[in-house]
Design a protein around this ligand. Sequence first.
Ligand code: ARG
Length: 311
Amino acid sequence: MKKYAALLLAGMMALSLAACGSSTTSSSSAPAEEKKEEAAVETGEQTEATQTEAPEPGAEQAETAGTEAAAETAAPAEVTTVSPGELHMATNAAFPPYEMTDDAGGYEGIDVEIATLIAEKLGLTLVVDDMEFGSVITSVQSGKEDIAMAGLTVNEERKQNVDFTDSYATGVQVVIVPEDSDIAVVDDLSNDKMIGCQDGTTGYFYCSDTPENGGYGEDHVISYPNGAMAIEALKAGKVDAVVIDNEPAKQFVAVNEGLKILETEYVIENYAIGVNKENPALRDAINNILVELINDGTVQQILDKYINTNE
Ligand code: ARG
């Protein structure tokens, strides 16, 4: 599995260095065409590229954000959840703008808003359960939680443990460095640098993989319980760079002086919702709702509300 991730990374890096000079990292932007290995199979956004791939039911519609794909009527179906009347969302609410705590001690963010609408359409009340990122998938897998929604990247390894819905957003792994850093491009990370990541994330897996597989080796990565702590370590000089998803990266850089995001894109990923493999009815019902919310522009509105696409 690590090998898989690293192969992907190696491909991504080569391509991103060669082809992605720009820093267009909006969550709603279409991923580059090289993203076929894992992401596109499940959730690629370009309709032309994915419609022939026979993804899971409903997938091709959900892919077509902003286009008028066949609007299937959401099948209300018999959906069972871990607690009757409620939809429990496992998340790690330290990942702005996808999930974070608000001033009143509640939860807000892109994922929270989308999940609230999904719950509503299912006739359920959303309950957000905040936990360590590493528990988000296992809690769904073990049947404690209904959905894993946490800016959660679809990958092969996770697909062994949960089913993923169609994708509702894309993310890009980026590199944050101090403004005066001698790290100018991703490749500079291989010069014996220390990299900070959030524990259990794809960024961590890519970076900690062996150099042969495109990573930097475990000895060069320190993992932190959340992104904010990795940023603190960067500011304190304990690590030379932090690899994390682009939107949280932008937010962290905005509130911490002296940091910047490298222009080079690192890895492009798709975010989707993880559902217990034994609950396909819930997954299908969510996919039908996602189709609606994507086609009527709701998902885009929510993304736009939290993401400044002009940056
Ligand atoms: N997209 C990355 C992953 O799936 C990071 C997600 C971290 N999410 C969070 N809520 N802390 O591994």
